[in-house]
Design a protein around this ligand. Structure first.
Ligand SMILES: [Zn+2]
Length: 371
């Protein structure tokens, strides 16, 4: 490696460290940055100039000082770059606009039943277009549009062959690329929801995300990063929770997905989710027994995940807002099943509700940019 490339690498590395430090710890004076990063003040000044020219950093309000010149902290300009996440689910398209904060600046939810057709993706494209226009997003600062879909995906837009895909039957990224006229990034929804939890909510390093939607997926975070596995992992929906139980779409019996997905619940009750919870609240006895079984099975799954991973088990997806209202009941069941005591506060609800996976898909663009 020659000296020039080494110098360039050092410069880029210093820039990256400054951006990351401001991102992690908030505004700082040049002196504080210099001490924390062990860089000279002139070096910090040069890097500041470069980053400020890109609109990424600015001087904040001057700090109080007991005497002499008051120091002015450097801060990251969160709105300097924006990302969009698009959550594709069976019946809806959800959109989020996110800055570097990361703060969700805007959300939209549109009813649109999924189909793998060109027409479907053209409608999605139009929704994204409208979203950009309505939010007056300057496209020159848009880092990208990320899609989260209910399909197993290895990385980027590479879709793995899945023996029995649930909702995204016939999902072909090529159609998406054709419609969007360029490379797009598609990610697995549960994995994105989990990243949103860790990066968006500033969570601890390890956790397990259990995503309950029309299908069930999951993700495992270790050391702040997604556990990727060889091809797919955290397919919690196919954990067997009842021997010889209900038939799952995978062909096996007793899978969690056949009990705790929104689809399974709707099949059992014969009504849609909204009506189910309305009538449950009103005291419908048969819905009470359906819900009791739902919570029993879910508690078992949560208990088993906790035994394996010994981390918080975070529930997300379309069911999460409903489970939040019955979290005490779920925790009581989990506590009864815990062989090491009666704790169960390790099971909790994710922070971003139904927008979790779209948020994560947007955050991946932020992360690429920040690093
Ligand atoms: Zn199954």
């Amino acid at each position: 490696m020659n000296r020039a490339s080494t110098n360039k690498e050092v410069r880029i590395n210093n820039q990256k460290n400054i951006v990351n430090t401001l991102f992690r710890y908030g505004p700082m004076t040049k002196q504080e940055l210099s001490t924390r990063l062990n860089l000279s003040l002139p070096t910090i000044s040069v890097i500041y100039k470069n980053l400020a020219a890109k609109g990424l950093v600015a001087h904040g309000e001057k700090l109080e000082s007991t005497g002499g010149r008051r120091p002015s902290p450097i801060m990251l300009v969160f709105d300097a770059r924006l990302s969009i996440g698009v959550g594709i689910s069976t019946n809806h398209v959800r959109l989020v606009l996110v800055n570097l904060g990361p703060t969700i600046l805007s959300t939209q939810k549109h009813p649109l039943p999924y189909s793998g057709t060109v027409e479907y993706w053209q409608k999605v494209k139009q929704l994204v277009r409208n979203f950009i226009e309505e939010n007056k997003v300057d496209e020159s600062i848009l880092l990208g549009v990320g899609f989260s879909v209910q399909a197993p995906i290895k990385s980027g837009s590479v879709i793995l062959p899945s023996a029995k895909p649930i909702d995204m039957t016939g999902f072909e990224p090529e159609i998406l690329e054709q419609v969007f006229e360029g490379p797009i990034a598609v990610y697995n929804d549960a994995k994105m929801a989990c990243l949103a939890q860790v990066w968006g909510a500033g969570e601890e390093d390890d956790l397990v995300y259990l995503m309950l939607s029309s299908g069930i997926g999951g993700a495992i975070i270790t050391d702040h990063r997604l556990l990727r596995g060889a091809s797919k992992n955290a397919e919690f929906g196919h954990m067997i929770v009842r021997e010889n139980g209900r038939l799952c779409h995978c062909g096996q019996r007793g899978c969690l997905g056949a009990y705790c997905s929104t689809r399974a619940l709707q099949d059992q009750a014969g009504v849609n989710m909204e009506d189910f919870f309305k009538e449950l609240k009103a005291g419908n006895p048969s819905f009470h027994s359906i819900w009791d079984e739902y919570l029993d099975v879910l508690a078992l799954a949560v208990r088993n995940l906790y035994m394996i991973f010994d981390t918080d088990i975070v529930i997300g997806g379309e069911m999460s807002e409903h489970i939040a209202k019955y979290l005490d009941r779920l925790r009581q069941r989990v506590a009864r099943l815990n062989p090491f005591g009666n704790q169960s506060d390790f099971v909790r609800i994710g922070s971003f509700g139904e927008y979790d996976s779209a948020f994560g898909a947007a955050l991946l663009h932020n992360d690429k940019f920040l690093s």
